[in-house]
Design a protein around this ligand. Structure first.
Ligand code: UD1
Ligand code: CA
Length: 478
């Protein structure tokens, strides 16, 4: 990007990106600002910001915020991009007016809509290149979707011309114009000077009483400036979302794209339409994803791992050849190669599940490290624990990690056998090779190789039951 020259005439950088995201999204009938609704596991705005970040540096991206500005700012704060405030939302033209002061140093401005989230960096690049090649004052990214209803339509000067006469909003279409298939995507490039000279001329004499950025096409044409349109290769990429139903459609499209990307890389996904897979998820070849699985956030699944139906895995790293059986919930944790988990297991945040660990049904693990080969086959709670290699945790074992005020750690060594239905009252340590008798309530540390039994001794009274029955019979007869 060129530096400002001595005369001060030279613009500082070639291209600024402005993302319009100040609107309320009235048609969604939601309290949440539209651009914070999610598709494919991330907010609409964050998708647009990432696409823009593929074209210019973060410092050259300006998001126009207004409705719930602070909430919107926070949502993309870590992107390092800039913000512009549009205090009243008086239309898309008004949004760009609000941004003008911040972008005066750039020669050109590429405008994106915060509610058109499937746009790819490649397409933005293509629009930008076309704008430069055509030497235009305004270049419109257009598309020809199957159903153009609701969108602004692009009126070309002639049928096969790159030049555009005007954009007509859906509500203002004449009956003849209604048959126009080419829509305005709400994505444009302008020369900054064209905006500076003509944005002030916009009038709110339209159905919504707003300043429409789309009117810039006709205004610039009227002033003899060059306005051109370039059509996106895939109409799906520029679909907007004004209603919840449209959001659901974009979500499905984005997830289908993700599933197709994974399948192309060798992952088997049965019934991909039933799976919910976020855009950032990575799965290695020969993994199998069964129907109705959710893979969310930054989840990574290794090769030849199988995730069975109804499991929900969020922000986890799962190794190779792992079996996650039906209906498991795994969050913010890692699972080593060859582990076998579930069905109905819950791995809560902060777990490191080692290689070849077996976790069976109705086992809950929280913030615990299970070394290689640990087995906890049934009905256990393991929290704030470290469990050594090859240790066996019996059915119904519970780490009592909470004293009502604080959490305490449980340390269990390797090759330990914890008998069924034992409670381990933390803080507590059980050293290597120790053996804990079933039904024990362990409150003192157990040394290596020891047997600890902490339960009431069994009392057996011979003939007691027989005698009791006899007594009762005698009472009834008497
Ligand atoms: C707009 C276009 C329409 C195009 C469609 C593509 C106008 C007048 N019409 O219609 O031609 O086919 O996009 O999706 O531009 N916004 C602000 N401040 C405002 C108003 C809106 O920042 O004062 C933001 C919104 O948050 C939204 C974007 O601008 O992200 C577009 O606004 P929206 O009201 O959704 O425009 P559409 O009716 O979809
Ligand atoms: Ca819209």
């Amino acid at each position: 990007m060129s530096k400002k020259h001595a005369g001060g005439q030279q613009k500082e950088a070639k291209l600024a990106v402005v993302i319009m995201a100040a609107g309320k999204g009235t048609r969604l009938k939601s309290r949440k600002p539209k651009v914070l609704h999610e598709v494919g596991g991330a907010t609409l705005l964050s998708h647009v910001v990432s696409a823009a970040s593929g074209v210019v540096e973060a410092k050259d991206i300006f998001t126009v915020v207004g409705h719930e500005a602070d909430r919107v700012r926070k949502a993309v704060a870590d992107s390092g991009t800039q913000f512009v405030e549009q205090t009243q939302q008086r239309g898309t033209g008004h949004a760009i007016q609000a941004a003008l002061g911040s972008i005066a140093d750039y020669e050109n401005v590429l405008v994106l809509s915060g509610d058109v989230p499937l746009i790819r960096a490649e397409t933005i690049e293509r629009l930008w290149r076309f704008h430069q090649k055509e030497n235009a004052a305004m270049t419109i990214l257009t598309a020809a979707p199957e159903n153009p209803a609701g969108y602004g339509r692009v009126v070309r000067r002639t049928n096969d011309s790159a030049e555009v006469e005007s954009i007509v909003e859906d509500e203002a279409l004449t009956p003849q114009q209604r048959s126009i298939q080419e829509i305005n995507s709400g994505i444009y490039t302008f020369t900054t000077s064209a905006l500076e000279t003509h944005l002030g001329d916009l009038k709110a004499n339209n159905a919504r009483g707003e300043l429409y950025l789309t009117d810039m096409a006709g205004a610039l044409r009227g002033a003899g400036k060059r306005v051109v349109g370039v059509q996106a290769e895939e109409a799906a990429e520029v679909l907007g979302a004004n209603t919840i139903a449209e959001l659901a459609e974009l979500d499905a499209r984005m997830r289908a794209t993700t599933a197709n990307r994974l399948m192309a890389a060798g992952v088997t996904i049965y019934r991909p339409d039933t799976c919910v897979i976020d855009a950032g998820v990575e799965v290695e070849a020969d993994a199998i994803i069964e129907p109705f699985v959710q893979l969310l956030g930054r989840t990574r699944i290794g090769a030849e791992t199988r995730v069975r139906s109804y499991s929900v895995i969020e922000n986890c790293t799962v190794g190779d050849r792992v079996m996650i059986r039906q209906s498991c919930v795994l969050t913010d944790s890692s699972v080593g190669d060859g582990a076998d988990i579930g069905p109905f297991a819950r791995i809560r945040p902060g777990c490191e599940i080692g290689e070849d660990v077996h976790i069976g049904n109705f086992v809950e693990v929280k913030k615990s490290k299970l070394h290689a080969g640990v087995k906890a086959g049934h009905l256990a709670y393991l929290g704030d624990a470290e469990i050594g290699e090859q240790t066996n945790i019996g059915a119904g074992v519970i780490t009592c990690n909470y004293d009502g005020v604080r959490k305490h750690a449980t340390r269990i060594g390797k090759n330990v056998f914890v008998g069924s239905d034992s409670t381990l009252v933390a803080p507590i340590a059980v050293a290597d090779g120790a053996y804990i008798g079933a039904g024990s309530c362990i409150t003192k540390d157990v040394p290596a190789g020891a047997l600890a039994v902490a339960r009431g001794r069994q009392v057996t009274k011979e003939g007691w039951a027989e005698a009791r029955r006899a007594r009762r019979k005698a009472q009834e007869q008497g």
